[in-house]
Design a protein around this ligand. Structure first.
Ligand code: IVH
Length: 681
């Protein structure tokens, strides 16, 4: 008996060790390979220590592939290591006014001055990246790595649109830059691109990224640079080096020179003549950080005079001449009171934590998304747990950590996905290999509600006024059972809704009428075909030119379309195999929606020609002109070089026009451009 008991206990330990190893491997992969960690370093260490402890007590359980048997994690293979021209340092942090004043006192003491000029910059929350230029051409992009040695990520960096690939010698010279120089700056993902990418990933059943910084870091270390190209990263330059040293006498001059040479320098920087002015800048941006299109986590303050920077020098890993003032973290600790389920347009069930309300960064947070069951299981979160919640640039707060200490004991109630849809009682299915649970009832009211909201939303049919409240009533009262019913709405029907007056009803009807003129791609997007997002809808419309052609397309034909592979193709085929969906299209046709469009084959008349647009255009918008040129097979570039074929100059054209004249590039006006693309009729 005793022996059997002991064996049972060992089995239990074995099981626990294996489970721990799996968890550690999972997080190693997220951190090292994907650059997308989900837990803090401290938590990761705690897991490894726990495993080490058990292995020490039971050496017979140690295996050669246990995560404890190697030091560090698996480094990403495939990038060449490069030594930095001078170490890429980090910054020391201060967190309040007092610490900042202490830093200034040291600066003044060490420099023997009573006043020092500073440059205040935003502390951009991305990853630092060095770019080496020779004769105005980018040679290498290098990650920070350990500060001394980084990785050569040139191919990826070249896809970032704000990294100049080539700068004309005359421009380099005029900006006061040497022929060979190095730029350091921050690579980041703007919030709109981040949100859009996560929305698409969520829709496609892929794991979503925690924050834009992780995506920037992970993306620049992708082995396939076409992935980097799609992910719209941005680069801000903040340091200019020649042979490892700053090339100007003032940092502010270096910033101006970088800008003149065509680099993107963040415009929100300021010269400050006293620490009081620095504090004002800090306060200004701490209050306005949410209005920026990218994330910042503080302010960097730099001594402006380079000679003084040299005098002050470095301590270990950070310069004495600069400091990072970190904003208060926008996180908080609170308790999960319950987990609620919302049902999306595709039937996806999203668990959301209902939190004891907690103030975070100026707002009260009472909900946080838990994404799906995988996320819940990985975090190990239970109802009643105390959790750390973070509010980043993302609108929806996230649960980042489960607390477990004497002030924050663990909760006891395990959350389980319901077996029936909370909205309609329909069956819930989780397809093998997918993270999401879905309601499979085609008539689920939640799906209907969400699909109507999608259809009416601004990016789709843009029916203003048809928001949450209205759609809820329309579907609850059975006035709208499919998106086609929107077009059967009348004033009488609308007037039956709560708080609906004649004027509002008329407005809504006018909006509905207006939506009929929107182009084919919007209707395709509006159908809600799984995996068909805005961009794919556009490609499909361009390729097939009509809804009918799209409906009849075979899987093979669909795959000829840009970015459509077997998965998306199959989803489209299945969608149109369903008679109900074809009926829906027929009703939309009868209602007068636009189901045809111009089938677009890109022209070739401007193939190989590069254009630069400058000044204020009057006959076209910038985007419109760009589209005209691109549709004719031409390319539009941001800067003038010897390779530019035409500069299209509007009114008040400035430096680009000068440059064109200097280089002898043809300068044309808008009408001449129209003639070239053959658009003038
Ligand atoms: S200057 C030696 N300026 O912050 C000076 N850094 O903790 C090096 N960062 O690794 C950096 N915005 O990635 C500087 N305007 C800015 C910055 C900035 C963000 C990052 C950078 C660096 C980290 C230091």
């Amino acid at each position: 008996m005793a022996r059997a008991g002991k064996e049972g206990a060992i089995k239990e330990i074995e099981k626990k060790v294996e489970a721990l190893r799996d968890t550690i491997r999972y997080h190693e992969h997220s951190y090292y390979v994907l650059d997308d960690p989900e837990i803090t370093d401290a938590e990761f260490d705690r897991l490894v220590n726990e495993l080490k402890k058990i292995e020490a007590e039971h050496p017979e359980l140690v295996t050669p592939n246990s995560p404890t048997q190697r030091i560090g994690g698996k480094p990403r293979e495939g990038f060449v290591k490069v030594r930095h021209s001078s170490p890429m340092l980090s910054l020391d942090n201060v967190y309040n006014e007092e610490e900042l004043r202490d830093w200034e006192r040291r600066v003044l003491e060490l420099s023997g001055r009573s006043e020092v000029d500073y440059v205040c910059e935003l502390k951009l929350d991305g990853m630092s990246l060095a770019l080496r230029y020779e004769d105005g051409t980018v040679q290498r992009g290098i990650t920070r790595g350990d500060g001394s040695i980084g990785e050569d990520v040139t191919l990826n960096v070249r896809t970032v649109r704000t990294v100049p690939l080539e700068i004309d010698a005359a421009v380099v010279k005029k900006a006061g830059l040497p022929a060979t120089f190095e730029v350091r700056g921050e690579l980041l993902m703007p919030l709109t691109a981040f949100r859009k990418m996560n929305e698409e990933r969520e829709r496609d059943g892929l794991q979503i990224f925690a924050n834009p910084r992780n995506v920037a870091a992970g993306t620049v270390r992708q082995l396939d640079s076409s992935v980097t190209a799609q992910r719209r990263l941005d680069y801000f330059a903040y340091q200019l080096l020649k042979d490892g040293r700053t090339h100007f006498d003032l940092h502010s001059k270096a910033l101006a020179a970088l800008q003149a040479a065509g680099f993107k320098v963040n415009p929100n920087h300021k010269l400050a003549k006293s620490i009081e002015e620095v504090l004002k800048f800090i306060q200004h941006w701490e209050e306005r950080r949410d209005s920026l299109p990218y994330e910042i986590d503080g302010i960097v303050i730099k001594v402006n005079r380079i000679a003084l920077q040299d005098e002050l020098g470095f301590t270990g890993k950070a310069p004495r001449w600069a400091i990072a003032y970190k904003f208060a973290a926008r996180g908080g600790i609170t308790q999960i009171e319950d987990v609620l389920i919302t049902v999306g347009r595709t039937g996806k069930l999203t668990p959301t934590a209902r939190l004891k309300p907690v103030p975070i960064g100026g707002t009260t947070v009472s909900r946080a998304t838990l994404h799906n069951m995988d996320f819940i299981e990985r975090l190990g979160v239970k109802i009643g747990d105390w959790v750390e919640v973070e509010r980043g640039g993302d609108v929806i707060p996230k649960v980042t950590r489960v607390m477990d200490d004497k002030d924050h004991p663990r909760g006891g109630k395990v959350f389980e996905m319901p077996e029936r849809c909370p909205e309609c009682g329909g069956h819930i299915v989780r397809t093998e290999g997918e993270a999401d649970h879905r309601c499979v009832n085609a008539n689920c009211p939640a799906k209907l509600r969400e699909s109507i909201l999608h259809f009416a939303s601004r990016q789709v049919m843009n029916i203003e006024g048809m928001g949450d409240v209205m759609v809820n009533q329309l579907t609850d009262r059975g006035l709208v059972k499919s998106v086609a019913d929107i077009y059967d709405l009348t004033q009488e029907k609308l007037l039956t809704l709560d708080r609906m007056g004649e004027k509002s009803a008329k407005n809504v009807l006018a909006e509905i009428e207006g939506s009929k003129k929107l182009p084919l791609e919007r209707v395709i997007f509006g159908l809600g075909i799984r995996f068909v997002g805005e961009r794919t809808a556009e490609f499909l419309a361009e390729h097939f030119g009509s809804m009918d052609a799209l409906m009849q397309a075979t899987l093979e034909q669909l795959q000829e379309v840009n970015e459509v592979g077997p998965r998306i193709g199959q989803s489209i085929v299945e969608f149109f195999q369903e008679p109900k969906n074809c009926e829906l299209v027929e009703r939309l046709r009868k209602a007068g929606l636009t189901l045809t469009g111009a089938k677009k084959e890109r022209g070739t008349q401007l193939a190989g020609k590069t254009f630069v647009l400058t000044g204020t255009l009057v006959r076209h918008t910038r985007d419109g002109a760009k589209k005209l040129i691109e549709d004719a097979g031409g390319k539009v570039s941001g800067s003038v070089s010897k390779k530019t074929d035409y500069v299209v100059a509007g009114t008040e054209a400035g430096s680009k026009l000068d440059k064109a004249k200097e280089l002898g590039v043809a300068v044309i006006d808008e009408e001449q451009m129209e003639e070239l693309v053959g658009a003038k009729s």
